[in-house]
Design a protein around this ligand. Sequence first.
Ligand code: ZN
Length: 638
Amino acid sequence: MYQNTHGLTYSEIRQAILDKIPPEVGITRIEFEGPRLAIYCHKPEILQERGHIVGEIAGLIKKRIVIRSDPSVRLPEVQSESIIKEILEEAGLVQAYFDPALGEVVLEVEKPGVAIGKSGSNVLEIVTRTHWSPNFVRSPPIPSMTIKQIRGFLYSKSKERERVLRETGESIFRPIYQQSGDVRVTFLGGSRQVGRSAILVKTRESQILLDCGINPGSRRPIQSYPRLDVEEFDINNLDAVVISHAHLDHCGFLPYLYKYGYSGPVYCSEPTANVMTLLQSDYIDVTRKEGNVPPYSPEDILEVILHTIPLSYGEVTDVSPDVRLTLHNAGHILGSSLVHLHIGKGLHNIVYTGDFKYGPTALLQPASTYFPRVETLIMEATYGNPDNVSPSRDETDAEFVDIANNILKKGKVLIPVPAVGRSQEILMVINKYMQSGDMLEVPVYIEGMISEATGIHTAFPDYLSHEIRDQILKQGANPFESDYFTVVRQHDSRDEIVEGGPCIIMATAGMMEGGPVLDYFKRLAPYDENGLIFVSYQVTGTMGHRVQSGMGSAQMYNRDGKLEVINIDMSTHTVHGFSGHSDRRQLVNYVRRLRPQPKRVFVVHGEESKCENLSRTVSKMRGVRGNAPRLLDTFRLA
Ligand SMILES: [Zn+2]
């Protein structure tokens, strides 16, 4: 038998654990829990107190370990909850969810730092007195229905969740009979196009799918979805799906895999797991509203939730016998990740960027450039042409503030935005410049899904830019809760807003293809004191693109469902430079500064000419071979 990446066999791991743990702990069973090992015992507090024992074992077996109490020693839930309330008096306990399958209690608190106690003293006290292990999570100051529903669902499915994690673990640690080798990638979508990203990585032993997106720009199935119909892709032998980030062109087709029999795990960052659910559910709604049949149902989205294993940036995780996964910050949207795969024992390393921003934004840190090893880089090229150079962020901010101030002297500013990412970026920009006095202080109205997405942002401050994170955690001043912002909860408040004084309205959809932005547009467009500012890319053929191109009037449905002609007299403006994608210079600099330097670069996720151009430029760097793969191309890497 050949050694897997993890080194030790399961029985060796068991023995190492039994050797190291003192008998008084009373181990009752050792079980897989996804990529981790769970040790069930009678006295978890002993291991909690002597943390070095678990640390030593983890170092020895190169695995993450969780300590769980045996069900027989746990205090009843009601009793435990009152003890926990007493211990956490100062931390602002919002809610406790007990998970009897894992012996875990998720504690939603306002201040996780305070809740844990000095060097974990509260954790130890809770474990000792109740024998439940606490897992502290931040209660988002702006409530998110998505997070609430996902937590509720997972705890109602605790038994199934336990089974999924055990089966996943057994599959990851299965013995292997061949030495790892024959690493190859196949591009199933997103080659020389933006949309339906999907890349298959295969070794002799494993199959991993990176992203599974839709192509929103296409109507025909053969062009809308990744090419999962080809022989190279075998759903029954797929070990794992890794999702780089929550945009639909990267995860919109994922629920379909479960509809067609996939029952393995999905790995992504914690925020991605939440935002993904929000956007997939919205995709079903929008598709139905357009009179089309979505490719999957809400039940399939629930399957995704049940099978998702969220990871933190930097957490090294075995996903199959010969592949180890680590996610790193990509700087594109909340939770977006660069995907690092370590294959075999040092055989080959792949970094897949997904979408990434190698530059500063208000919301996020720039993409990471350091990896233990990289031989192959697979990178996006949305702005891969030499003329795709955006102005600096300072220039961009100044232009935006200037345009807004001019309109706000008399009129209202309407900003069409996608709910996730750009909305929060613009909110942070507005808050910053209103506070500094550079921007006129007016009310900022935010519509429905933007507020929900913002709620998810506030639950994960560690994933935001250091500036915003520190404002939230250290200064206790959450910029998302700024006094300038008002969430519009009722349709009839729109009348008041439209008839009131100067203000800023942010509404979806980002390309004006539907959503509340259209209602505001209809009512604001006929007056020349108002202005519309585009802050995101408008695809040809969309309403947003037509308005941006200077259309003088538009036919739109009124409240009685009749078509009417709307004169567009409001001014329209476009501010480039807020993009969450790297511009051409940032793309090239990223390859230059990546450490260590890759030998091979595949350029995907861009129009044909952009992929080809960037690939040629990259090939001119010393020791680097560039390539712009075509759909269904396969390459052998090692
Ligand atoms: Zn994206």
